[in-house]
Design a protein around this ligand. Structure first.
Ligand code: AMP
Length: 284
């Protein structure tokens, strides 16, 4: 696997391979890779001639300086995982490569998608995400972009950006990889204690109750009940919302459109997110 650090290097490599007609699958990450990230690499490999992964801990999407500082950085282990998975190129740029002086900032009307859930609790976060993904797409120009359902709001916003700007890339959303006991895999799990990591399975088991509850209860009641259940020591939920999968707005009654239940919960000073797409339900 090649490790390329500059825009010039990756673009020369891409120009060479694109000229030969190779399709490019692209997996942007912030590193501290786990099996969830590798599932995206596997999918990209199956569907493209060549796979590029980027590792860039994007400062503009962190609204909390401490969170940015504490974000795990494990380049050596990451490169090993990626090369074992058969990734062709790791793009590992510096901040100056991604944000050179004078770079124009992309403007996209997010139509409020950035104001709910994560956006309401992490002001400016999605502006940073849009900025970095747009810049990375501009550098890599992939045929397909691979993102995880784990960050439901993130891929919804990127999907909106792609459509709004008419970008020539196909977004492929991959299912959430979970630990055997249900906890959604996340780079942040590394910072949990052994005990915390076991306890964190409670988030998914609580959220899963919505699958049955939706047969007898209204969305809002379920959110209140599950928020209360999650609101017990050592957990501190920020929100539990059942929203339309397209507009991310809370739904009042069940409809035939897809809906998703999303949550963010604090445990041991770490903020964990999870979601489940609820199958279509007809009961009101
Ligand atoms: P991150 O490094 O956290 O920015 O994540 C990079 C990409 O991997 C994003 O598209 C995430 O949604 C995706 N991802 C993170 N965790 C998981 C997971 N547990 N399962 C599937 N995809 C994931």
């Amino acid at each position: 696997m090649l490790i390329l650090r500059t825009v010039q290097d990756i673009q020369s490599w891409l120009t060479f391979h694109s000229a030969k007609g190779s399709s490019i699958g692209f997996v942007p990450t912030m590193g501290a890779l786990h099996a969830g990230h590798i599932s995206l690499i596997d999918r990209a490999k199956r569907e493209n001639h060549l796979t590029v992964c980027s590792i860039f801990v994007n400062p503009t999407q962190f609204n909390d300086a401490k969170d940015l500082e504490k974000y795990p950085r494990t380049l050596e282990a990451d490169s090993l995982l990626l090369s074992n998975a058969g990734c062709d190129v790791l793009f590992y740029p510096s901040i100056a490569e991604i944000y050179p002086p004078g770079l124009a900032q992309v403007k996209v009307d997010l139509k409020g998608l950035d104001l709910v859930m994560e956006g309401a609790h992490r002001p400016g976060h999605f502006e940073g995400v849009v900025q970095v993904v747009h810049r990375l797409l501009d550098i890599v120009r992939p045929d397909r972009l691979y993102m995880g359902q784990k960050d439901f709001q993130q891929f919804t916003i990127i999907d909106h950006m792609i459509k709004e700007l008419n970008l020539p890339v196909q977004l492929v959303v991959c299912p959430i990889s979970r630990e055997p006991h249900g906890l959604a895999m996340s780079s942040r799990n590394e910072r949990l204690s052994t005990e915390g990591r076991k306890q964190a399975a409670f988030i998914y088991s609580t959220l899963s109750k919505a699958i049955d509850l939706k047969n007898t209860m209204k969305p809002e009641q379920i959110c209140l009940q599950l928020f209360d259940e999650l609101n017990q020591d050592p957990f501190k939920p920020e929100y539990v919302d059942i929203v339309g999968a397209d507009d991310l707005l809370p739904i009042k009654t069940w409809t035939d459109s897809p809906v998703v239940i999303c949550t963010a919960v604090w445990l041991e000073g770490i903020r964990l997110i999870d979601n489940i797409i609820l199958s279509l339900a007809a009961k009101e």
